[in-house]
Design a protein around this ligand. Structure first.
Ligand SMILES: Cc1ncc(COP(=O)(O)O)c(C=O)c1O
Length: 408
């Protein structure tokens, strides 16, 4: 906690900050803030271009960060592409697919299908809707059960020989549900479909190893992983990245250029057109080193304790419904809930008066809200710096909202 300067500031009425919105973005330890400012103060230069000492040091810092990311997720260094966000990473895959010529392994056509799930964040839904529109492929989705799990019984029927891509989230940002990656990957492999894992809500919270998961692509964001905004990761298996078309064209991603045409540098460079977010990458490297120093097993264990405690406390609250699994098994530290008789925005506003920061609304998962017949929820999401006392503060805040609106 002492490592996160923002947690020392006070909120309205001098209240202590209870930050429960890490699912939207995490707070940053001092080491991340320092790594970014040291980069600008001492090493700033455009990477992969200059012939001077600063450029050499900037290169080393940027490529050093790539190595840290690769080690963190069990990847090869050249399989790690820096983007600006998970959203860009997923769009990158979808655009690379549609930039690939007919007959390539990535091209889609009418009759092909893309399968997603009903619990996707818009970032892992709309790029696939648009790819389907561009190519004439059909979009299908695995439904969510009332309990908030995927309905795996539909897999055999939905993932078939027409399926070219199966894109799904590792952990739902709304329900907290952790999906069974092995089962989904097995279904895709059976029909030769490529898998894309949205790891935005998993990589920050528990150990993720791309090789043992067996997926083909994976995306996550720096800012949810204690790192800066404006930096994201696209990971892809080397042979796939090598065979894929770029999605952005310009400087730094080429091998040779004439007035008529160009050829591409090897991955990951061909996916990093333009001067990249060097300070962001360096800050992100520092964030992952911070998590390494804690140990991801400890991060996960602490979050499980928080989740169990929160679920127990919420089960005692009258008029409050948790949307998503009610037990802490295969479930992350996200509690979305509705309060009978109070709109989620009003709940959020009362909590704000107590210094509690939560997210309210549809959480960029509009179809999931429709599934549950609601317009939105209040969402509390926890991370390493949260304590059991934060959950007590949240529960007291919810009760005070119920008292204020006279619903209990
Ligand atoms: C599950 C999930 N996927 C994708 C995203 C998009 O991440 P970003 O906005 O960092 O690109 C988010 C962000 O909330 C998310 O929770």
């Amino acid at each position: 906690m002492k490592d996160f300067p923002i947690l020392r500031r006070s909120m309205r009425g001098g209240k202590r900050l209870t930050y429960l919105d890490s699912g939207a973005t995490s707070q940053k330890p001092q080491s991340v803030i320092d790594a970014q400012s040291t980069f600008y103060a001492e090493k700033n230069a455009a990477v992969h271009r200059g012939a001077h000492l600063l450029a050499e040091e900037a290169d080393a810092a940027y490529e050093g960060a790539r190595k840290i990311v690769a080690n963190f997720i069990g990847a090869e260094i050249d399989e790690v592409v820096f983007t600006k966000s998970a959203t860009e990473s997923i769009n990158a895959i979808a655009y690379s697919f549609s930039n690939s010529g007919a007959g390539s392994r990535f091209s889609l056509k009418p009759g092909d299908s893309i399968v997603v799930t009903e619990m996707e964040h818009h970032a892992n839904l709309i790029p696939w809707q648009q790819l389907a529109r561009r190519t004439g492929a059909t979009l299908k989705w695995i439904p969510v059960t009332q309990e908030g799990r995927l309905d795996y019984s539909t897999l055999d029927h939905l993932v078939d020989s027409s399926t070219k891509v199966l894109a799904f989230t590792h952990q739902s940002n709304v329900l907290g549900t952790i999906n069974d990656v092995a089962q989904l990957v097995a279904a895709a492999k059976k029909v030769g479909a490529l898998t894309v894992l949205d790891a935005c809500q998993s990589v920050p919270h528990f150990a993720v190893d791309v090789k043992s998961l067996g997926v083909d692509f994976l995306a996550f964001s720096g800012h949810k992983t204690l790192g800066p905004t404006g930096i994201g990761i696209l990971w892809g298996r080397a042979e796939l990245l090598d065979a894929m078309e770029p999605y952005l064209y310009g400087g730094s991603m080429i091998e040779s250029v004439t007035m008529e045409s160009a050829t591409w540098a090897p991955a990951p460079r061909k996916f990093e057109a333009g001067v990249p977010n060097m300070a962001g990458a360096v800050g992100f490297g520092a964030a992952l080193e911070y998590l390494n120093s804690l140990g991801m097993e400890n991060v996960h264990a602490w979050e499980q304790e928080l989740t169990q405690y929160a679920l127990d406390k919420f089960s005692e609250l009258k008029g409050v419904t948790v949307i998503g699994p009610k037990d802490a098994i295969d479930r992350g530290a996200v509690i979305s809930f509705t309060v009978e008789g109070i709109h989620p925005h009003d709940v959020g506003q009362v909590l704000d008066q107590h210094g509690i920061a939560v997210r309210t609304g549809h959480h960029c998962a509009w179809p999931l809200m429709k599934k549950y017949g609601i317009t939105g929820t209040t969402r509390a999401s926890f991370y390493i710096y949260n304590t059991l006392a934060d959950i007590d503060t949240l529960v007291a805040g919810v009760i005070s909202a119920q008292e204020y609106f006279k619903v209990i």
